[in-house]
Design a protein around this ligand. Structure first.
Ligand code: PHB
Length: 377
């Protein structure tokens, strides 16, 4: 076993104005357990995050900034007062346990359904392009249903979208978060504007890289106005194909975006270095990682199918500053202690990722729980 002093995972790190005790981050994870009316977080959600507060930073599950930004049943929001009160349960629990937590600000764009939208409206997107094969679920009973063709946002509606993010960012402050992460990945609204496969606009919000970056940067600037740059991160998925995403030149798109983010001095970029859920077509996209790191000099959080050994290696090689873990965090509330001791990890149960109750959510055992069970047997 490595001592903490020699272990790249257990070096402390200054992230903006936060002092992190280790390099482990909990990545944003949709769990679809905001089952109270009004998409309001509960004590059950607070307990889940509290159990995982030993990481350097928790990034919350994706959280809609507005009713229009909602795309799945049972995902939480940050647009109403009741949601702010619900999130306060979460931030208090994490802080009492000594942890840090950012809220992930989310607008799904076209990945929604009229059944989930105010007044049964058609979901909005940069362009009226249906994502082939993309699905969501609209109720506990519905199962997965297809995404339909969205409506293109009018240019005059764009400032309103920026205001949705500003409102979410302000509410995240009221709810006691340590900062926010802007969700610009995985085929949701910001990503739909960034990448050429989903953005075929001919106005100032589409076409050239500069135009495709315009709305994303307007949102970044609005959120910085609320939080200060050192409390703002962003999640990117330059090679992700989830939700039928593609870009004809990701090196150009993300290289330029990285430079613009660097000018603004945000706290970090978190990069999904695979397609989604650990699917590596061809290893990690080293050329795109290089382009992002050449443009953006701040903190780089690597994400996507990492295990402890890979994380240690990439940290030691200077390929990243922090590593975020998703599925291992679901099944190991004490992942930090397990990695410190090279202890075996609990397997995750994919059947309980989305929706349901405490089972598969707050009932994964810690090492201490398991030792107690063994001594009873
Ligand atoms: C999902 O609910 O499936 C989901 C949400 C946010 C992501 C990815 C997947 O970034």
């Amino acid at each position: 076993m490595m001592s903490d002093a020699n272990d790249p995972l257990f070096q402390s790190y200054r992230l903006g104005s936060l002092e992190l005790p280790n390099r482990l981050i909990m990545s944003p994870l949709t769990r679809s357990r905001a089952t109270q009316p009004g998409d309001v977080p509960s004590m059950m959600n607070a307990e889940y995050y509290r159990q995982r507060a030993g990481v350097g930073l928790i990034i919350s599950e994706a959280t809609q900034v507005s009713p229009q930004g909602k795309g799945y049943a049972f995902t939480p929001g940050i647009h109403s007062d009741a949601q702010v009160d619900g999130w306060r349960l979460v931030t208090d629990a994490v802080h009492e346990a000594g942890g840090h937590i950012h809220l992930q600000l989310w607008h799904v764009g076209r990945i929604s359904r009229p059944e989930l939208q105010p007044n049964g409206d058609t979901p909005v997107a940069p362009s009226p392009i249906r994502p082939i094969g993309a699905k969501t679920f609209i109720s506990a009973e519905s199962g997965m249903v297809d995404i339909l063709e969205p409506r293109a946002l009018e240019a005059a509606e764009i400032p309103g979208v920026v205001e949705q993010f500003r409102h979410g960012a302000k509410n995240a402050r009221r709810a006691g978060f340590d900062g926010v992460e802007i969700h610009a990945a995985n085929g949701y609204l910001i990503d739909q504007f960034l990448r050429s496969g989903s953005n075929q606009r001919s106005d100032e919000f589409g076409g050239s890289v500069e135009n495709r970056l315009r709305l994303p940067l307007m949102i970044v600037d609005a959120v910085i106005e609320v939080w200060g740059a050192d409390r703002v991160g962003i999640r990117l998925s330059p090679t992700g194909s989830f939700n039928d995403m593609k870009d004809h030149d990701p090196l150009a798109t993300y290289g330029e975006f990285a430079k613009r983010l660097n000018e603004r001095g945000i706290a970090y970029v978190e990069v999904v270095e695979d397609s989604f859920q650990g699917n590596h077509a061809d290893g990690r996209p080293e050329d795109i990682i290089d382009a992002i790191r050449a443009g953006y000099k701040g903190t780089y959080i690597a994400n996507g199918g990492y295990d402890a050994e890979q994380a240690r290696r990439r940290l030691a090689e200077g390929r990243c500053d922090l590593v975020s873990f998703g599925r291992p965090m679901i099944s190991n509330p004490d992942l930090v202690e397990r990695l410190r001791g090279d202890a075996p990890l609990n397997e995750w149960d994919a059947n309980t990722f989305y929706g349901g109750d405490e089972h598969g959510y707050t009932d994964y055992p810690t090492l201490t729980d398991q030792a107690r069970m063994r001594s009873r047997a």
